[in-house]
Design a protein around this ligand. Sequence first.
Ligand SMILES: [Zn+2]
Length: 463
Amino acid sequence: MNFVINKINFLAWGIMGLIVFSSCSSTSYDLIIIGGWRFNNTTLKMEPNTGIYIKEGLISEVAEESNQKAHTTIQLSDDDYILPGFIDLHAHYRVSYNGVAYDDTVAMPRLFLANGVTSTFPAGEIEPEKMWHLSEQIENGKRTGARILHSGPYFGTAAPDWDANFTDKDIEERVDYWAKRGAMGFKAKNITPEHLKVLIQRAHSHNLTVTGHLNSGVGNSVNPQEAIIMGIDRIEHFLGGRLLSDSAHAYASLQDLNPDDPALDDIIQLYKTNQVYFDATLGTYGAIGGIESSVFEDWAEENKYLTPFTRSLVEKHEISEFNKTCKKIYPVKQLVLKRFYDAGGLITVGTDRPLLLDNYLGSGLGGFFIHRELEAMVETGIPSQEVLNMVTLQNAVAFKLDSLAGSIESGKWADMLITKGNPVVNIRNTRNVYKVIKGGKVYDTKYILEYCIDKLGLNVDDL
Ligand SMILES: [Zn+2]
C-alpha cells in the first residue's frame, strides 16, 4: 500500500517538475492573463483581452500577441471581466466600542482585498504606528491585505492626541514626521481654519494631498468653501458653501438643503475652478439611514465575518437620531451628487465604513461596501463606465498615484480584479469578483474570505 502511494507521489512530482522546468526554461514573464475582457480607462469600454503580461509585480505589457511564456498563465473565458484594482479613498480600518478605538489589522485589510480593493487610503488612522507596521508587512508579503496608502493620524480633534493649542510649528512637525514615515496623503477632521491652512501648505511642500471632513463653519470649524480657497485637494461627504448655515452643524442643515437651489451652482463652480475633488461617500448615508433599496441588501452574509461578541452587539442595535438624520440626508445627497456630476465636477470614490459599535451605522462592512457605493452612484444616474473610471483612474489621479495605479497599462502596479459578468452593463456584477491580482500575486476571493470568518471586531477577552 505504502509502495503504491509513494509511486503515485513520485509520478506526480515528476510530472510537476517537468511542467515547472519546461515553463521556467523559456519564461520571460511571471504571469500572463489571457482571454475575457478588460476595462480600458481611455475609451471607458470593455475590450477583448489579448494578453496582460506581468513581471516583478508590474504590468510589463498589454499586448496583442499571445505566444509568450510565463511561470503562470490564467486563461479566462468569455464571461470574465478584468478591471483595474479598485482604490478606496475613504477606507477606514477603525473599530470602536465603549470609548475605545483601534485600527483592525487582521480582517479589514483582507476584506478590502477580497472585494477587489487593491489600494486603501485609511482617511485618518487611530493607531498610525500600527498601521505603518501593517503596511510594511503587506508590502513585504508577510501579511495578506490591500495596499495601505498610509494617511498617518487625523489632523484635528478626531485624533486622540490632538491638542487645540498646537502651534504652526507643531503642525508642521507632525506633517514632516508622518511624511517621513511614508504617509501618502493627509486627512483633516474637526479642524480649525488656522490649523488647516498650515496643514495644507506643509503637506503640499511634500507633494502630498489633503482631504477634509469639514463642517458648515459653525463655531471655529471650516466650511469647504474656505478650505478650497486655502488650496485643499479633496472634500469628503458634503459640498459646503453658503447653503449650509454656519449657525448649525453641517448635518442639521444638509437634511433641509434644496438640491435644486440655484445657489448650489456657486459652490460647484468653485470646485471646478480649483479642480477640487468631491467624495460624496453616498452609500454609507443610505446604510446608516436604513434606506430600503436593493443597493443595501446583504448578498454575502457579511455578519459572519464579525467575531461572535461583535455580532451580538450589532444584532441588538437601536435606532439613533443619527440614523434618522441620515435617512433624510440620503435623497438630498443623491440629487446633489448627480447635479455635481452633470455640471462637470470631479468625483472620487470612498466607502467610509468604520465599525462603530456604539453608534449603529447600518449593515455592510468595509470591503464589501465598495460594491454598494458604486451601485448607489449609478442609481443617481451617473453611467456605470464613468463610475468604474472614478473608482480606478480618477481616484489615482486625485491622489497623485496615477503613474503607478488606476488603469491596466504597462509600467503600473499589476493590480486587478476579475469578475463574472460585465459591470459596465450591470454595475452589480462587481459583486462577483472572484480573483484579485495585487503586485502580480494572484488571490482567490473565496480563500481570503474563509480566513476572515469570526475575525472582525472585538472578543469578550479584549474588554
Ligand atoms: Zn470617515
